[in-house]
Design a protein around this ligand. Structure first.
Ligand code: AHR
Length: 528
């Protein structure tokens, strides 16, 4: 859980700058060359996945209110939340945890109310877990938001048989005992389980296993947690994702990937997970509101370490899987801050600011640059927990700045990466030096060209002169996200402080000119 906080931002500067040119003067325009004639790897839409754990009010209150609630709902699931999530086309939702999954017994969460057990959520504040949101409710939820299920089985305290029985309950034909039980609970048709997590943080809350021990445990889970859904063949085949590294520690990557290379016909995996949070140390002491520029620059620097972290694990994976068949799935990431004043510290509640939106954009850019290996990511967490998309308080709901980044980045889902080169310049605060801007480009599934540029500098605007090889670009329109302050947030009282606004670029001699205010993100479609 400790972050990818080691690398200097200079690494990113070098990677995006090809060739490396002299640094731009502080107020000189920044030239971005978009090689529109050279499409690269597919930016898998699963890079925009979500994570929903039974933690604090992430599920209870955030998603589930029960069908007797006065909060508008469909079968107990909040209508406002479903509408907001549909609008960002969530590709998959990882559930039920997290550390919660490492102790989750699925049988306590199926059947009539009388069969649901109250248990203790031992990881998260000792809260009572009513198990009223279980497998059938989760499947209903992902269906309502139009997403895929990414289910993490309990490899920590559970048995292989528990996991096998759960998969049978979810996917077996209704003529079988497991399928009959599911049908009796209202769903005769097998559910689709597209992604299966084979444990969570087995190196930590998932059992503190050595890498070799986890590999021994992984194999029977990979073999016996079978998916019986007859519709899940070919491209729909369930993808099994093994526990991978904790931040920069290489041991799990080595052990799991070596086992993968030496595997027999009896088992396999289709993904390796990486967890890395952006923090300022442990426990995190940076606040989510009312912070200063030192906290801003420090966390931006920390988050840019994600680039080196991915490069490090990709290099290990390349040794055992040079064809890049196994995706790296960053299925827990995001900014982890001090809990809100007055909140239960076990509930991991924090506000979400313009800074966090910039952190989201920078990470999505890093994932896209590594799209040949990184083919999934799940930001932690979807609602009311850590770097959330949505905050709720009883009947109230507010969309966070991070939510709007996901909305603005919709054209990048399944788009083809297009190389860009630029001299990012630098933004300096105290002893922290960061790139001044960041950018990626892509062609969407309809062939349209998109460019996103982030101005990391909280004090200086940036003029971008974008040129485009292979097309004659005359205009660019899209959206901009900025706010009066780096710590501006959307609250229930003022929900529209940080929202996207329409943006129109001007025509330049070589293409288009984009003027970015300090601390802003733009996403534009390039038109010829
Ligand atoms: O996202 C919160 C927690 O962070 C998850 O439960 C765990 O997997 C990680 O340590």
């Amino acid at each position: 859980m400790h972050g990818a906080n080691r690398a200097l931002a200079a690494a990113l500067l070098l990677m995006v700058t090809s060739p490396v040119m002299a640094q731009s003067r502080s107020d000189a325009p920044i030239a971005i060359a978009v090689e529109a004639d050279k499409p690269g790897a597919k930016i898998d839409r699963n890079l925009f996945g979500q994570f929903a754990e039974h933690l604090g009010t992430g599920i209870y209150g955030g998603v589930w209110v029960g069908n007797s609630s006065t909060i508008p709902n469909v079968r107990g699931i909040r209508k406002d939340v479903v509408a907001a999530l549909r609008a960002i086309r969530v590709p998959n939702v990882r559930w039920p945890g997290g550390c919660f999954a490492d102790e989750y017994f699925w049988r306590r969460g199926i059947g009539p109310a009388s069969a649901r057990h109250n248990t203790i959520n031992s990881n998260w504040g000792g809260a009572v877990e009513p198990n009223s949101f279980g497998t059938d409710e989760f499947m209903d939820f992902v269906d309502q938001i139009g997403s895929e299920a990414y289910v993490s089985v309990n490899v920590g305290s559970g048995t292989v048989q528990d996991a096998a029985d759960w998969l049978a309950y979810m996917t077996a034909d209704p003529t079988t005992a497991a399928g009959k039980e599911r049908a009796a609970n209202g769903h005769p048709k097998p559910y689709k389980v597209k992604y299966l997590g084979l444990g969570n943080e087995a190196w930590g809350c998932g059992g503190s296993m050595t890498p070799d021990h986890y590999v021994d445990v992984l194999k029977p889970f990979a073999r016996f947690a079978r998916n019986y859904n007859p519709a899940q063949t070919g491209a729909e085949t369930m993808q099994r994702i093994a526990v991978g590294p904790d931040g920069g520690k290489p041991e799990y990557t080595e052990a799991v990937m070596k086992a993968y290379k030496d595997r027999t016909w009896a088992w396999s995996i289709e993904g390796l997970s990486l967890h890395s949070y952006t923090t300022n140390g442990w426990p995190p002491s940076y606040a989510s509101e009312n912070f200063d520029e030192t906290a801003y620059a420090g966390l931006i620097k920390a988050t840019l370490g994600m680039n080196d972290l991915i490069a490090q694990h990709s290099a290990i994976m390349d040794k055992y899987d040079p064809e890049k068949k196994v995706p790296l799935v960053v299925d827990e990431w995001g900014v982890w801050l001090k809990p809100n004043v007055g909140s239960d510290p076990g509930f991991l509640q924090q506000q979400n600011s313009l800074r966090d939106a910039i952190i989201a954009a920078l990470n999505l850019n890093i994932f896209a640059r590594h799209a040949d290996r990184v083919r999934g990511s799940n930001i932690a967490q979807m609602i009311n927990v850590l770097q959330a998309m949505i905050l709720t308080d009883k009947e109230k709901m507010v969309l966070t700045p991070t939510y709007y980044v996901y909305k603005m980045y919709l054209p990048f889902q399944d788009a083809s990466f297009v190389p860009v080169s630029f001299d990012a310049g630098s933004y300096v605060h105290g002893d922290v030096t960061l790139p001044r801007v960041d950018a990626i480009a892509a062609r969407d599934t309809a062939g349209k060209l998109w460019l996103t540029v982030t101005n990391l500098d909280p004090n200086r605007s940036a003029r971008i002169e974008a040129s485009f090889a292979g097309i004659s670009a005359r205009s660019a329109t899209g959206q901009i996200l900025t706010a009066p302050r780096i710590d501006s947030v959307n609250s229930f009282a003022a929900p529209e402080t940080v929202v996207p606004k329409p943006y129109v670029a001007t025509r330049g001699s070589k293409g288009v000119v984009l003027d970015l205010p300090a601390k802003s993100i733009i996403v534009v479609q390039i038109e010829g």
